[in-house]
Write a protein that binds this ligand. Sequence first.
Ligand code: NI
Length: 144
Amino acid sequence: MRMKQPLVYVSRKEHFNAAHKLYNPNWTEEKNKEVFGPCANVNWHGHNFELVVTVKGIPDPDTGFVVDLKRLSQLIKERVVNKLDHKNINMDVDFMEGKMASCEILVVEIWKILEAGLPEITEAKMHCIKLVETRNNYVEYYGE
Ligand code: NI
């Protein structure tokens, strides 16, 4: 009988600083303030974001790795972090154009980019992206 292959989850953490505001242009300033509070501040505010990307796969028998973490880090930096770091998410980031600059929307867009790029570096599959905005708030996305 063949041994069951172990499925292992591997995570890489990256950081970026970015500005944004939560603001729905279809609403009045009053309503924006009511719904988004200080996050609607017209002149922006910033966060030190933490991005944790988790992939899953079977360890390669030759390397023992599910994924080469150096290459995963490179992929995340080149496709995602470099586009966000020290940028204004509402104004500077091509893949967020015309979208609400919330963590929920951002994490889904990041997923799409990394899911498309991952097969270039590994047979592992995307499992989860966690995006930490503040000490108290973070979102997770599992591709559903
Ligand atoms: Ni914010």
